[in-house]
Design a protein around this ligand. Structure first.
Ligand SMILES: Nc1ncnc2c1ncn2[C@@H]1O[C@H](COP(=O)(O)OP(=O)(O)OP(=O)(O)O)[C@@H](O)[C@H]1O
Ligand SMILES: [Mg+2]
Length: 269
C-alpha cells in the first residue's frame, strides 16, 4: 500500500540549504500499525507530513519516492494528491484545539471531508454519517457533540472529534502525529485503545508518531527509530524492545520508566 523509498527533505528558505530527513524508508501493508519514534527534531513530523502531501513545494526540495498504491505522491498531479487527502490518507495532530476551527460547530467540521470528496452527498446523509462517526469514536450523546463548539468539549473529546473527522471517508492510512501527547495518562490509554479498535474493525493502517515508547509498544506491530533525520533502526516490536541493535535505540529503550516495564511484566505474566 505504502512504500517510501529514499525520501530526502531539504529546506531552501535559508541561505544554506538544510536537510532534515535523509533516505527515509518505510513500507506499510493494509492494516499495519507502525510506530515512528525518536528525539525531538529527528524528522518524524516532516516525514509524516510529506507522506500526507502537506509539505509545500516551494522552499523545500524532496527527493525519493512516496508510492501510495503504486502512484508516486512526490511527482503526481496536485489534483490527484488532493483527491487522496482526507479520503484515502488522513492525519491527526497533537493539539486538536489548533486543528479545529473555534467558530464552527463540531458537526460542520466532522463533515468537512465529505463536502470535499463527496459533494453529491445530501445534507441529511452527511449528518447521519457524522453522527455515526462520533458514536464510533465513543463520544456519548453524538447529537449534543454535533451541535457543540470546540471550546465546549474536553481535550480528550476534541481528539476523538479529530479522529472522527479523519476517519469519516474511511481512509486506508491514518497518520497520527503525537495524538495523545497533550492528554492525561488515562485519556491517552483510551485514545490508544480507540486507534487499536479502528485498526481492527476498519482495517485502517496507522502510522503512530510518539515520544512515548510504552504507548508505541501497546499499539504497534513494528517501529521505526529516527535520529537527526536518519532512520537508525527499524523492526518488529520484539526486535526493537527486546534486542535493540543500535546504541541510540538501546538508550531510548533504557529510558522507559521502570514502573512501565514492571506494569507490563505483571500484565503479560
Ligand atoms: N521551515 C523550516 N526550515 C528549516 N528547518 C525546518 C523547518 N521546519 C522544520 N525544520 C526542521 O526540521 C527538523 C525536523 O523537524 P520535525 O518537526 O520533523 O521533528 P520531530 O521529530 O517531529 O520533532 P518533535 O518530536 O519535536 O515533534 C527540525 O530540526 C526542524 O528544526
Ligand atoms: Mg513532530
Amino acid at each position: 500500500m505504502l512504500d517510501v523509498i529514499d525520501l530526502n527533505i531539504e529546506f531552501h528558505d535559508h541561505l544554506i540549504p538544510e536537510t532534515v530527513v535523509y533516505d527515509f524508508d518505510l513500507h506499510m501493508d493494509p492494516g499495519d500499525i507502525v510506530g515512528l519514534v525518536g528525539e525531538s527534531g529527528s524528522g518524524k513530523s516532516m516525514s509524516a507530513m510529506a507522506i500526507a502531501g502537506l509539505l509545500s513545494r516551494r522552499d523545500m526540495k524532496k527527493r525519493g519516492q512516496i508510492l501510495f498504491e503504486g502512484t508516486d505522491l512526490l511527482s503526481c498531479e496536485r489534483s490527484h494528491l488532493r483527491s487522496l487527502q482526507g479520503d484515502e490518507i488522513s492525519i491527526v495532530f497533537q493539539e486538536p484545539m489548533t486543528s479545529l476551527n473555534p467558530v464552527y460547530k463540531i458537526g460542520w467540521q466532522v463533515e468537512e471531508p465529505l463536502r470535499i470528496h463527496y459533494p453529491e452527498m445530501s445534507k441529511e446523509e452527511r449528518k447521519q454519517k457524522a453522527l455515526k462517526m462520533l458514536a464510533d469514536v465513543d463520544l456519548d450523546d453524538p447529537q449534543r457533540v454535533y451541535d457543540c463548539y470546540p471550546h465546549q468539549l474536553s481535550g480528550g473529546m476534541r481528539q476523538r472529534v479529530m479522529i472522527a473527522a479523519a476517519m469519516i471517508c474511511g481512509p486506508k492510512l491514518l497518520i497520527a502525529d503525537e495524538p495523545t501527547t497533550a492528554l492525561d495518562v488515562t485519556v491517552q490509554a483510551q485514545i490508544v485503545k480507540l486507534l487499536k479498535r479502528i485498526n481492527r474493525e476498519k482495517k485502517t493502517a496507522i502510522l503512530f508518531i510518539s515520544h512515548d515508547l510504552s504507548l508505541v509498544r501497546q499499539l504497534c506491530q513494528r517501529v521505526v527509530v529516527m535520529q537527526g533525520g536518519n532512520v537508525v533502526e527499524s523492526g518488529t516490536i520484539e526486535q526493537i524492545y527486546e534486542n535493540p541493535k543500535e546504541a541510540y535505540t538501546q538508550r531510548l529503550i533504557a529510558a522507559i520508566p521502570k514502573c512501565e516495564k514492571k506494569k507490563r511484566a505483571v500484565k503479560e505474566g
